[in-house]
Design a protein around this ligand. Structure first.
Ligand SMILES: Nc1ncnc2c1ncn2[C@@H]1O[C@H](COP(=O)(O)OP(=O)(O)OP(=O)(O)O)[C@@H](O)[C@H]1O
Ligand SMILES: [Mg+2]
Length: 366
């Protein structure tokens, strides 16, 4: 018996894909390769084109104006969904309410006219994989949300898809169940070595599951990389801001006396490591809230870091850390201070000194 196991994983390639609904272009020249066996995520805000891109791989929705979709080496651009052998779990995973769990999972195999004995075997294997073999004779209304979600997953993997497509499959679940289910999906994906493309607008969900993520905005892929690469080395303001909190300050580069400085309004000067070439014009300095340390105005300085003085505007206690908003020369900077019992905190209105670890500063051009 194989469900995925034994079937070699295949990759998915998108070449120069553009899609329009009437006059609106919703995907613009998307190029992307998802490796065989990879857990890959489309991450982006609402309306950025994630579902449209996923549906295009499954074969639903409009034909692209340009470009090709390859599954493995096969060009499937013009194939109907049922000839592509991909499994898709939709956001509203609509189980048949009048059918038992077993019948729901068997549905795709019955439609494909698979022999009865084979159906039984494959459904048992799929239900076992999602831990629901004992629930086979129940109806969906007798299951929890997470269990229903797993039935939807079993129903999709039972057809032994070459690629698994998941469109916000956890959005109907409560916070704890989401965390549990995302672990289970990842475990199942690893066990089956199934190429999986997952759609979400939740960065934590993307970060915790994905081998790689494509960040989409307005129908354009902004950047592709591992969660840590995207967080540490975003290529533009959008990615920097979408994956976690970022301080973004506009300024200019000055090369003076063998030193390179970043100058911004409000008397902010940040010495940079190495000479920056070809960076004429305006740039944005990006650094994360944890790259700043906060101290009392009269406290000893943090060695090797750039001092900035400011005033606490706002304080949020988040348990493991305290997040401050500190105004420095007209810029509102976010500062994360890790928290332990007895650790000093700073009050709103208090004058403080911030210290910036300049090695953590990244310059962005857009
Ligand atoms: N059938 C359609 N007709 C016209 N416009 C559409 C259609 N389907 C989607 N769109 C538009 O295409 C754009 C991308 O939609 P898509 O569903 O791919 O976004 P998404 O990233 O999945 O968003 P969400 O996170 O809200 O699900 C949106 O602006 C949407 O309004
Ligand atoms: Mg969507």
């Amino acid at each position: 018996m194989t469900i995925g196991i034994g079937t070699p994983a295949v990759g998915v390639t998108l070449e120069d894909i553009s899609v329009s609904f009437e006059t609106t272009e919703v995907l613009k020249g998307v190029d992307l390769t998802v490796e065989a066996g990879e857990f890959f995520t489309f991450l982006g805000p609402s309306g950025s084109g994630k579902s449209t891109l996923l549906r295009l791989i499954a074969g639903f929705g409009p034909l692209p104006l340009s470009g090709r979709v390859l599954i493995g080496n096969d060009d499937v651009t013009r194939l109907p969904p049922w000839k592509r052998n991909v499994g898709m779990v939709f956001q509203s995973y609509a189980l048949w309410p009048h059918m038992t769990v077993r019948k729901n999972v068997a549905f795709g195999l019955v439609e494909r006219k698979v022999a009865a004995g084979e159906i039984r075997r494959r459904v048992d294997t799929a239900l076992n994989l999602v831990g629901l073999l004992d629930f086979a004779e129940r109806r969906p209304s007798q299951l929890s949300g997470g269990q229903q979600q797993r039935v939807a997953l079993a129903r999709t993997i039972v057809i032994e898809p070459r690629v698994l497509l998941l469109d916000e499959p956890l959005s109907n679940l409560d916070a704890n169940l989401r965390i549990q289910m995302r672990r289970e999906i990842l475990e199942l994906q690893r066990k089956l070595m199934l190429t999986t493309i997952f759609v979400t607008h939740d960065q934590e969900e993307a970060n915790t599951t994905s081998d790689r993520i494509a960040v989409l905005n307005d129908g354009v892929i902004q950047q592709v990389g591992s969660p840590i690469e995207l967080y540490d080395r975003p290529v533009n303001r959008f990615v920097a801001d979408f994956l976690g909190s970022a301080n973004l300050i506009d300024g200019v580069i000055e090369n003076a006396g063998g030193r390179t400085l970043f100058r911004a309004s409000g008397d902010i000067t940040i010495p940079l490591h190495g000479r920056i070439t070809g960076a004429a014009g305006g740039l944005t300095a990006m650094f994360r809230p944890q790259s700043l340390s906060i101290r009392g105005a009269g406290d000893p300085a943090v060695e090797g870091a750039v001092p900035l003085s400011g005033r606490v505007e706002h304080r949020e206690f988040l348990g493991s850390l305290v997040r401050y908003t500190v105004t420095v020369g007209g810029h509102a900077l976010l500062v994360d201070d890790s928290h332990q019992a007895g650790h000093r905190t700073y009050d709103t209105g208090e004058e403080v000194a911030l210290y910036l670890d300049t090695e953590q500063v990244r310059l962005l051009t857009s």
